[in-house]
Design a protein. Structure first.
Length: 248
């Protein structure tokens, strides 16, 4: 008899969430005790006061700005709404991951804006269009390749800038002193650092590319054609062979 595979049951988060919410409440009480010199009773009372906006920020604001204590405040009066809000936060986090924005933020500085984000997403889209990732593992590898290539391009720009500045310095020295001077050690170190970082990111890109190629090579799909032929690892298997006599 053929066994039908059943999907695994999702683990229950109730216990973990209860622990996180309880921990956040305890930390808030300690904060009031330490920084506001309140007694334990006063700190507990302050920590249990409803928010001034009646919880609208927590319920309707950006998911990435909701903390554990916020969820604790919702759960005190409406546990089901707190659980629903947690699911909304997880869905938003999944969207952020799958659209590449989380990978982009990992390689951004505080001064980077919308254009830098768009550049990263364009690079990621180019890689995804070529490889067409089929699952979460391959999407993560594409993100890693995009991050490595972004780092490579950033350090290439830095190397070009430092090399250009060194060239300008030598040109000025040549005109003023009629001689060429070797770069100072600090300048040479800066150039070597940029070149080494470029090479490091390039190696990450190539290593991830090999991992993606290996994954594709060892995970060939099983294709059944016309109900009589099946391709397994690029080899054809005939499914129409009659069973031996006496077997059903």
């Amino acid at each position: 008899m053929t066994k039908v595979a059943t999907p695994p049951v999702a683990p229950n988060e109730a216990g973990v969430l209860a622990g996180e919410l309880g921990k956040s409440f305890g930390q808030m009480v300690q904060l009031y005790e330490k920084h506001f010199s309140l007694s334990r009773e006063e700190a507990v009372q302050r920590a249990t006061e409803p928010p001034a906006d009646d919880g609208q920020r927590v319920l309707n604001g950006p998911p990435d700005q909701v903390c554990w204590f916020d969820l604790h405040m919702i759960a005190r009066t409406d546990p089901d709404r707190a659980a629903a809000r947690w699911e909304e936060i997880k869905r938003a986090a999944l969207d952020e991951l799958r659209t590449g924005h989380r990978a982009a933020r990992a390689v951004e500085t505080v001064n980077d804006g919308a254009w830098h984000r768009a550049q990263f997403l364009a690079l990621r889209e180019e890689l995804a269009a070529e490889w067409r990732p089929r699952n979460g593992i391959e999407r993560q590898l594409i993100d890693t390749m995009a991050q490595a290539q972004a780092g490579y391009l950033s350090w290439l720009q830095t190397l070009t800038l430092r090399t250009d500045l060194e060239s300008v310095t030598n040109d000025r020295r040549h005109k003023e002193e009629a001689r060429w001077g070797p770069p100072r050690q600090s300048d040479a170190d800066a150039l070597d650092q940029a070149a080494a970082m470029m090479d490091r990111y390039n190696r990450i890109f190539l290593r991830t590319l090999r991992a993606l190629c290996d994954l594709r090579r060892h995970s060939n799909p099983v294709i059944v054609q016309n109900g009589g032929q099946m391709n397994v690892a690029q080899q054809q298997v005939n499914l129409n062979t009659a069973p031996p006599a006496g077997e059903v």
